[in-house]
Ligand binder design. Structure first.
Ligand code: FES
Length: 113
């Protein structure tokens, strides 16, 4: 597992974009539950972490494809977005990456509410 963030750094209703292990992951906190998905929209790579969030649905800021953050399923668009299993350990939020290199250090790209 790889640390993405400290719990206190992603408050409910906010998200953070983190680069880790060669990936860019959007980490959302929805009502205290964390969800991680590829930041790159499967349409043309738009930044999902910068998208508008309505409930559990994020809208890509580039062409408005919509995805359920909790499952990665596409709501409007063609293909689902990859998600990652999230674990909370102590004060940290961690994810399972397919080729997990546990020594990889997460680097924050940006964050917004
Ligand atoms: S890049 Fe996301 S909808 Fe086109």
């Amino acid at each position: 597992m790889t640390k993405l963030a400290a719990i206190r750094d992603v408050l409910p209703g906010t998200r953070r974009v983190v680069q880790v292990g060669g990936r860019t992951i959007a980490l959302f906190n929805i009502d205290g539950v964390f969800y991680a998905l590829d930041n790159a929209c499967p349409h043309r790579g738009g930044p999902l972490g910068a998208g508008r969030l309505d409930g559990t649905i994020v809208t890509c800021p580039w062409h408005a494809n919509r995805f359920d953050v909790t499952t990665g399923q596409v709501v409007t668009g063609v293909r689902p977005v990859a998600t990652y299993a999230v674990h909370v350990r102590g004060d940290d939020v961690l994810v399972d990456l397919p080729d997990d290199a546990s020594s990889v250090e997460a680097k924050q790209v940006n964050s917004s509410g």
